[in-house]
Ligand binder design. Sequence first.
Ligand code: PLP
Length: 390
Amino acid sequence: MKEVEYLMNTPARLPVGLVKGNGCRVTDEAGKTYLDMVAGIAVCNLGHCHPAVVEALKSQVETLFHCSNLYRIPVQERFAEMLSKNAFNGKLFFCNSGAEANEGAIKLIRRYSADKGKRGSKIITCSGSFHGRTITTVAATGQIKFRKGFDPITEGFVHVDYGSIEAVKEVLDESIGGIILEPIQGESGIRIPPSGYLEELRDLCDRSGILLCLDEVQTGFSRTGKLFAYMYENMTPDIMTMAKAIANGFPAGAIMAREEVAEVFVPGTHASTFGGNPLAMAAGLATLEVMIKEDMPSRSMKMGAYFTGRLQELKKVHPSLIEIRGKGLMIGAEFDTDISFMTKEGLARGILLNTIGDRIIRLVPPIVITESEIDMAVSLIDEILKEKGL
Ligand code: PLP
């Protein structure tokens, strides 16, 4: 594509240039509008250009948009307090992305092991996981394809089967200081572990003195029908990482850790120039306020149930659609055949669809989506499947 001549060829870019967004719709350069089932990959949970977030950004940009963390940043303190009180009362460190949040969490686990000295510095992660694209987070990620050609990568990760407590027990020795995992795996196709898994892990971590870190980068901020996905179970993590929907599309990430863990980070141990800057924090605060005031977790649960129900109807008439799984509006529709054409066919019909591998459609629309928009999405998918004879 001539248009992207000056860009590195990292994503497999689709031939459409998006210039505007509003709620569940985006518009391209030619003025064509698309129904958005991607939301920037689980980012714009309140919908594109949510007025409260736009207002917060406008007002902050006219006031102060960068300030070093060498100084107090009041809007950052307010956002930290609100996040903490709506999760497990942990302390916050702000950064700029999911990978950076996980990098920080890995440092926190290692530093905790070094300072509080009960355990080694190795970290357990899971097969099929995704934790980011930096050299250390690709090492943590349990999918070889993301590591290929990048050796030497960071050492110190032990991979186990996702969803299995026994697998964790098998590798748990004195060298292990923590475990990092997603409550639902997003990038490997919306994989949901058995219920009770997180509670059992919590118990195992408590008994063996290792830290439990949940990567809620994709599952967080109402996506799964709870503010954070761990809230489905009777447990809290020691550390949680966040990014994506945290500021509804303004780049930001965060680590939350319970106080006794957080205190191993002292001046000089970790930092970020842009992390927690006033603009990101104003957007984050506005996002969380709307999310709580308008009870977005319940909306995600309700719309997710409706979407899943409509997809189940589709499954009855399209035998190639073999499984629909998900929680809230984090839904995977798995086929027994290659459906990678869905993204391009969707574009032609005015819908943004995302596929994982060549057999799974990932549906993570803005949570403000309506039933009629879901109906429209289902009928467009139906139309494509019919045309392909699937
Ligand atoms: N962790 C999870 C669970 C993710 O889904 C992602 C991105 O898809 C990341 C981490 C990395 O986030 P970022 O792309 O913001 O670095």
